[in-house]
Ligand binder design. Structure first.
Ligand code: DQA
Length: 145
């Protein structure tokens, strides 16, 4: 089966109650279940994972190199702005990479304007809330390679 990995970085487990004026009221479970349903309709298998730990995210990216994953949709959260290690892991992954941010990071504090992950991402979506994940999913399903 065609596989997509969706990775959520630190603090995204708190979605729904974490600064809802910025990140919305949907929970991570709401977002993930929408992705599972949509992907299944097109015959894709989506695996959604969240971690507050950089090394765990890297382990999942490394595993995706070997298990036939076609694309990674990633919201690295605060690691976006700090993690050369996540960038390096993504650089070793050969499929498509789409970076998603719920908020428009460019409208926020200047430290959020730089993304290491964008150096690797094939596409970047910011500011569309949970719709951004859906848009990323549609993009990779319509053009996986
Ligand atoms: C975020 C933006 C990041 O700057 C922040 O650290 C997050 C979430 C977003 O989805 O808007 O945790 O990636």
């Amino acid at each position: 089966m065609k596989k997509i990995l969706v990775l959520h970085g630190p603090n995204l487990n708190l979605l729904g109650t974490r600064q809802p004026e910025i990140y919305g009221r949907e929970t991570l479970e709401d977002i993930n279940s929408g992705l599972y349903e949509r992907a299944a309709l097109e015959g894709w298998e989506v695996s959604c994972r969240q971690s507050n730990h950089e090394g765990q995210l890297i382990d999942w990216i490394q595993a995706a190199r070997l298990d036939g994953t076609a694309a990674i949709i990633i919201n690295p959260a605060a690691y976006t702005h700090t993690s050369v290690a996540i960038l390096d892991a993504l650089n070793a992954f050969e499929g498509r990479v789409i970076e998603v941010h719920l908020s428009n990071v460019h409208q926020r504090e200047s430290f959020r304007h730089h993304s290491y992950v964008s150096l690797r991402a094939d596409g970047v979506i910011a500011g569309l809330g949970s719709q951004g994940y859906r848009a990323a999913l549609e993009a990779v399903m319509s053009r996986p390679g």
